[in-house]
Ligand binder design. Structure first.
Ligand code: AMP
Ligand code: MN
Ligand code: MN
Ligand code: MN
Length: 281
């Protein structure tokens, strides 16, 4: 590939909180000109086999991925694992423990919403979740839109499902060291997902990146659907400073719900080392 390859290493299928089946997601990626795709469902590997089968049929390079939910310094952070062995027992067990926590949290969210006068949200959210073990805030959001509490999933998050709002409940996800341990045991590469979204000041962000790197973490998503162009530059600088690899991923969830389409992001800044620099593309 002489040009910068169109690599998209972050997206979701309906195995987690995306809207498309893995096959349809791969079809859309190919239609959009993606050349290398990773499916990174939240805390779950079940969509990878279907996506890979379709990618093989269409000649798309496919990379196993997962987006792992962790808690660090009291906030939720997402770590993307790439090139993971989807059969690895430690990774599978770790993700299973996170999914068990999701089910408990869903009950607590429904109780919190009920306390503010919104009933039926547990059943409602589960109706939007293809796999009930991966129940999450997006499924509650789709239910609340359906019931007319907000016009869009984004608006639900602003009004109901974030800290300080009626449907928010605090939750303890995996630990950073555990998540990195599972990803590495499964032969994967760990990347900090959309760092610009976390409520960390610059000291906190540096502490987090340093700890991530010291534990063997390898990369940072620089170009993501969650970042502004200014944040591309900001995280490009941190990636260089900490001598980490750079990743690119849309975080596409589905038509009409995502700002950025599969494969439609700008290229990585040229001075960075891409996370795929030594992959056989
Ligand atoms: P959960 O892992 O269940 O807490 O849900 C997190 C997911 O909610 C993210 O992966 C996004 O898909 C979605 N999400 C979080 N914040 C927002 C937002 N402000 N607008 C739309 N979707 C959001
Ligand atoms: Mn999501
Ligand atoms: Mn995320
Ligand atoms: Mn994501």
């Amino acid at each position: 590939m002489p040009h910068a390859p169109n690599v998209d290493l972050h997206c979701h299928s309906l195995v987690s909180d995306g809207l498309l089946a893995p096959t349809a997601l791969v079809d859309r990626a190919v239609a959009n000109g993606v050349e290398v795709l990773a499916l990174t469902d939240h805390d779950e590997l079940d969509g990878l086999a279907e996506a890979r089968t379709r990618a093989d049929q269409l000649g798309l390079r496919f990379v196993n991925g997962v987006e792992v939910s962790i808690t660090w310094g009291g906030i939720t952070i997402h770590i993307v694992g790439l090139q993971v062995d989807s059969g690895h027992p430690a990774l599978r067990a770790g993700l299973q423990s996170i999914r068990a926590g999701r089910v408990v949290r869903a009950g607590e969210m429904a109780a919190a919403l009920s306390a503010s006068g919104i009933d039926g949200s547990l059943e409602g959210a589960y109706r939007h979740a293809e796999d009930s073990a991966i129940i999450g805030r997006t499924h509650f959001a789709r239910f609340l839109v359906e019931r007319g509490y907000a016009r869009s999933v984004g608006e639900v998050f602003q009004r109901y499902l974030v800290k300080g709002k009626p449907g928010y409940v605090p939750h303890q996800w995996a630990r950073l060291g555990d998540a990195l341990g599972w990803i590495h045991a499964a032969g994967g590469i760990a990347v900090i997902a959309h760092p610009g979204r976390y409520k960390l000041d610059s000291r906190g962000m540096r502490r987090f990146i340093a700890e991530f790197r010291d534990l063997g973490g390898q990369g940072i998503e620089v170009v993501t659907g969650s970042h502004t162009p200014q944040q591309y530059a900001q995280y490009a600088a941190l990636t260089q400073e900490f001598e980490l690899l750079a990743s690119r991923g849309s975080d596409f969830h589905g038509p009409g719900e995502s700002r950025i389409e599969l494969g439609r992001l700008p290229d990585l800044p040229p001075h960075l080392t891409p996370v795929w620099h030594d992959w056989d593309l």
